[in-house]
Design a protein around this ligand. Structure first.
Ligand code: CMP
Length: 223
């Protein structure tokens, strides 16, 4: 728990107290942690692994709202407002989660405003990100949604190399499609075009791509 940003303000004793309240769950990959509309009053912190937060459109298509990694948390909405779960959460890879119930966490939130503020601040960032994505889906064609996604992704998860390109691991085409509200085929076509244009370049052997973020930003400016 010490490595989780949410709890970085806590001293040794406080960490021990919260560790004794949380139970640790090992969940294999591709398992549902909970489903949208389930009742729940607990929150989860990702100690190891990665999860996908998704909902389903009226025509049954999966809409991926977020991918969350180590140190991140989820389930705070139902914990705070006692409404059913707003989305389904599924593990992407084998994951270890800390599970904390409302009755145990609320006293800590009242005592430790720093933790409460971090939850609020992260919730605000997620709302901003979701609003931005929604706005892009309603105003941009798929290639431009993809450009904007790639720029965000590179800036959040990787660094610029000496030659100005960003090395990064990209989600699968299906996962990109489910985040950008389109089909896998349309994403594959847009990615092939970016490769032809020299904006996406195959990276080293570990499946990394190299991305010309400046060129993508130019295309977004011209949109
Ligand atoms: P809760 O509603 O309890 O259960 C589903 C969880 O998914 C929710 O809490 C949040 O932790 C997370 N979640 C819901 N919507 C989003 C979103 N738009 N972006 C990121 N995470 C979300």
């Amino acid at each position: 728990l010490k490595k989780v940003p949410l709890f970085s303000e806590l001293d040794g004793n406080e960490l021990k107290a919260i560790a004794s309240l949380a139970n640790s769950l090992d969940i294999p990959k591709k398992n549902i942690v909970f489903q949208e509309f389930d009742l729940g009053d607990s929150m989860y912190v990702i100690l190891n692994g990665e999860v996908k937060v998704s909902t389903y459109s009226a025509d049954g298509r999966e809409v991926v709202l977020a991918l969350l990694g180590v140190g991140s948390f989820f389930g705070e909405l139902s914990l705070l407002d006692a409404e059913p779960r707003s989305a389904t959460v599924t593990t992407m890879i084998d994951s270890k989660l800390a599970h904390i119930r409302r009755r145990d966490l609320v006293p800590l939130l009242l005592e430790q405003p720093a933790i409460t503020l971090k939850i609020l601040s992260e919730t605000a960032s997620r709302l901003r990100r979701t609003s931005r994505v929604l706005e892009r889906i309603s105003s941009m064609d798929v290639p431009h949604r993809l450009y904007a996604y790639l720029v965000d992704h590179c800036q959040r998860f990787s660094q610029q190399d000496n030659d100005g390109l960003y090395s990064t691991l990209l989600p699968t085409h299906q996962l990109l499609a489910d985040q950008l509200s389109t089909s896998r085929e349309t994403i594959s076509r847009a990615i092939s075009q970016l490769k032809k244009d020299g904006i996406l370049v195959q990276g080293d052997a570990r499946g990394k791509m190299r991305v010309d973020v400046d060129a993508l930003e130019d295309r977004l400016d011209d949109f």
